[in-house]
Design a protein around this ligand. Structure first.
Ligand SMILES: NC(=O)c1ccc[n+]([C@@H]2O[C@H](COP(=O)([O-])OP(=O)(O)OC[C@H]3O[C@@H](n4cnc5c(N)ncnc54)[C@H](OP(=O)(O)O)[C@@H]3O)[C@@H](O)[C@H]2O)c1
Length: 429
């Protein structure tokens, strides 16, 4: 074993960084044995230097992250600050100054992964980011390496624990969205400002990263169609139950049937209770991958939290250290297919539509005509009437999203349709 240690700069020492530092210290001997050299924490960059950080030598702490990555003797930079800047500039500076990088930064990778990969390649460094997608769950490496010889056609995942917790609470207790969100906040599953989670931004960043790796192309967060869970009602969940389904916020990345384009989207959807993703409860994550040769694979586990996320960071640290000692680099960006990302209107799926209508003869025929005119074929219709008003629940066969939008627009113009109570896609069948 080499005795000279590999030097690690830790940028950020919050929820994830503090756990990375702890495991690096407590598992130091095992890490050294697995890598073939000891790893030394050479510096820790933070924003608030006076904060007490258990297990961290105060002499290592600095607020000057740029100076730390420019030191020249740093082998690996672990970036767990988050956000776009200064993280992007620090990662690029690390490459320029001889270091490889491990990052957990989904926002940055989904926004500008291509230029970070280009910088890594230019300077002959590694860029690893297993922790950026679904915390502890191995996904990036299985897609980049284990499935590199296969053809992935679909990635369907629950990649946000906060929203899964909220939807699961609504499903099991009958609670409304606000009530379930309050419980998630009280238990620490939702942040004080839950926007990134409940509006689907966090899941969209992960979908962009997964789609890019799975289909060997480039997908940015802006290419991902995004709808959050704030409009999901207790009635939607009850309706899903009646259909033998549950509601999940899904990240769905698909290769088109003709192989000429891809789509990436995040939205709530009904999935059958028999689908493996339906049994993913509370704040757990799971990702279902369909590949030509492998068939169906499912990855399941804790998608966030300091310790699970640190596990993924440490796995990357070991890989990058091994590469460094072998004077090699791991896989870089594989985006050779350059497949275009199609708009949401071209996505083909099934829909569950709930309408409030007048309870009088001919309404069903009128509604059915609108669907037919828009080329959306109906699978089932359920009608329930009360005091001159009725609700109509229509489940369609597969149709393009644009045709569904046209249908809904036309339905709203019918005198007999009082309102469109809910529209939800049906997936996983
Ligand atoms: N938390 C999770 O469960 C989780 C899961 C997967 C991925 N991630 C990703 O991991 C990254 C870190 O998340 P986190 O939850 O650990 O965040 P966090 O708890 O907010 O920690 C951020 C850390 O960065 C430091 N920092 C902020 N601005 C800085 C600057 N300009 N220079 C130097 N240090 C700076 C902060 O310093 P102070 O301590 O002084 O404030 C803090 O130590 C993010 O990219 C996030 O998306 C997190």
């Amino acid at each position: 074993m080499r005795t000279r240690p590999l030097k690690v700069a830790l940028l950020g020492c919050g929820v994830v960084g503090s756990e990375v530092a702890r495991i690096m210290t407590t598992h130091a001997d095992d890490l050294a044995a697995r890598i073939g050299a000891p790893v030394e924490l050479a510096g820790v960059a933070v924003r608030r230097p006076s904060k007490v950080r258990e297990g961290i030598d105060p002499a290592l702490v600095t607020t000057d992250a740029t100076a730390l990555v420019r030191r020249g003797d740093i082998d690996i930079v672990i970036e767990v600050i988050g956000g776009i800047e200064p993280a992007r500039a620090l990662i690029t500076t690390a490459f320029e100054n001889g270091a490889s990088v491990v990052s957990a930064n989904k926002a940055l990778l989904a926004e500008d992964g291509a230029s970070l990969h280009a910088a890594a390649e230019k300077y002959g460094r590694d860029l690893y980011y297993e922790a950026a997608v679904a915390g502890a769950i191995p996904l990036v490496r299985p897609l980049r390496e284990s499935l590199a010889g296969d053809k992935v056609n679909r990635v369907l995942g629950i990649v946000n624990g906060t929203t899964n917790f909220i939807l699961d609470k609504m499903d099991t207790s009958g609670a409304g969205y606000s009530e379930a969100l309050d419980e998630a906040t009280a238990l620490g599953y939702a942040e004080a400002d839950p926007t990134a989670d409940v509006e689907g931004f966090d899941a969209a960043a992960k979908a962009a990263i997964l789609a890019g790796i799975a289909f060997h192309t480039r997908v940015k967060i802006g290419d991902v169609h995004r709808e959050g869970i704030t409009e999901v009602t207790a009635a939607d969940i009850a309706s899903a139950r009646r259909m033998g389904c549950t509601v999940k916020l899904l990240a769905i990345c698909e290769r088109a049937a003709d192989g000429a384009s891809v789509t990436a989207r995040v939205h709530p959807a009904m999935i059958p209770l028999s689908h493996p993703l339906a049994s993913v409860r509370e704040a757990y994550n799971a990702v279902f991958i369909e590949a030509d040769a492998a068939g169906q694979l499912m990855f399941y586990g804790p998608g966030a939290g300091g310790s699970p996320t640190a596990s993924a960071v440490l796995g990357d640290l070991v890989a990058v250290c091994r590469n460094k000692l072998g004077e090699a680099t791991g896989p870089g960006e594989s985006a050779y297919t350059r497949l275009p990302v199609s708009p949401m209107g071209e996505v083909v799926t099934r829909y569950h539509i709930s309408l409030d209508v007048a309870d009088k003869p001919g309404v069903l025929a009128q509604v059915a005509t609108v669907f037919a005119e828009q080329g959306v074929s109906i699978d089932t219709v359920r009608q329930q009437g009360k005091d001159g008003e009725a609700s109509l629940v229509v489940v369609t066969h597969r149709a393009p999203d644009a045709a569904l939008s046209g249908t809904v627009e036309a339905l709203r113009k019918l005198d007999t349709v009082r309102g469109v109570a809910s529209i939800m896609r049906v997936e996983g069948e």
